[in-house]
Design a protein around this ligand. Structure first.
Ligand code: NAG
Ligand code: NAG
Length: 307
């Protein structure tokens, strides 16, 4: 038998005489800290596929990865964005990780430039971690300027599951710095926005401006790096188990360095899914579609195996 790298569910069990806790969505940040390892992933064989392949490679990451062609010096990626409503993290009710009423389940969502196959040395990312922790739903907001600044909480920005946000990641045209911004939307107006900027000081950690990533990820906790937390079920406000990113642009107009949104057809587009044998196999089913004005959408359904 292969050693399992899934955190044994029993190790998180807290003895409790209480019956199933009602679902509560809290604005209080989570006390759980995830190990946001640098993005670098195993290269996938995908080409210009707008739906994910049926590859069975183990992967803790889902979403869409855009990269410019190796000899393309025109389509530099200096600004990317996306809107999404933060799904509700829930305890799975089917699959091998289902039904641990006193356990912790997790899903993270992030947007970032570089850090993957073509440019592993530097990246800028921002995202949210969502937890279902014995019935309590908590959310952390973070950014990272890798390798200069590890994942850092967005000071004074708290979000809860069900909030609609826009994540913007901007790089300087020379790749030596950038900024991240998260805007919280109520009706159509941004109500709260938090921005962090950073310059890469050390030589050698410069962005290549070649990759854009919109990701859903399963992470381990900082103090248990060898075990992935069980991946939560996630549902939209209507209870549908999926997350929907929209208004996904590469270099949107008005953004720093933005000229026009680059059409996605200028890039290699690769859709990836989470596939973890211990947790039941394929855990997401992602698909991206072209929208208006060179924007795209990404829909990832939460599945177990092929169902
Ligand atoms: C996720 O929740 C939905 C809605 O309750 C349910 O239909 C689906 O089976 C759940 N999936 C998992 C993996 O628990
Ligand atoms: C965070 O604090 C700074 C400084 O006090 C303030 O300017 C900014 O508006 C705050 N942001 C949020 C999202 O509350």
């Amino acid at each position: 038998m292969k050693p399992s790298n899934l955190l044994p569910l029993c190790s998180l069990i807290v003895l409790s005489s209480a019956a199933a806790t009602p679902r509560l969505s809290s604005r209080r940040p989570s006390s759980h800290k995830l190990l946001h390892t640098p993005p670098s992933f195993v290269a996938h064989p995908g080409k210009s596929a707008f739906t994910s392949s049926t590859s069975t490679t183990q992967s803790s990451r889902a979403g869409v990865h855009l990269s410019s062609h190796p000899d393309d010096t025109t389509h530099l990626i200096t600004s990317i964005d996306a809107f999404f409503t933060i799904p509700h993290a829930n305890m799975p009710t089917v699959g091998p990780t289902a039904g641990n009423e006193n356990g912790v389940y997790q899903v993270s969502y992030w947007v970032g430039i570089d850090g993957l196959s073509a440019c592993p040395q530097a990246s800028i990312r921002a995202g949210v971690d969502t937890f279902w922790d014995s019935g309590m739903q908590t959310t952390n907001v973070w950014y990272e300027f890798y390798p200069s600044t590890g994942p850092t909480d967005f000071a004074n920005m708290t979000l809860k599951q069900g909030d609609t946000i826009q994540v913007l990641v901007n790089a300087d045209a020379d790749g030596k710095g950038g900024s991240v911004e998260i805007r919280k939307y109520e009706t159509s107006q941004p109500r709260v926005s938090a921005v962090w900027t950073h310059e890469f000081k050390d030589q050698g950690s410069q962005l290549c401006l070649k990759e854009a990533n919109w990701v859903i990820e399963d992470y381990p906790l900082v103090d248990r790096p060898e075990f992935l937390l069980p991946f939560a079920n996630f549902t939209d406000d209507a209870g549908v188990p999926e997350v929907y990113f929209y208004g996904m642009h590469v270099n949107p107009p008005g953004a720093k360095g933005g000229v026009l949104p680059w059409a996605w057809t200028e890039f290699d587009v690769e859709v990836i899914d989470i596939n973890l044998e211990e947790q039941g196999g394929k855990l997401t089913d992602c698909k991206t579609e072209t929208g208006a004005g060179n924007s795209n959408t990404l829909t990832c359904k939460r599945i177990v195996g092929d169902a």
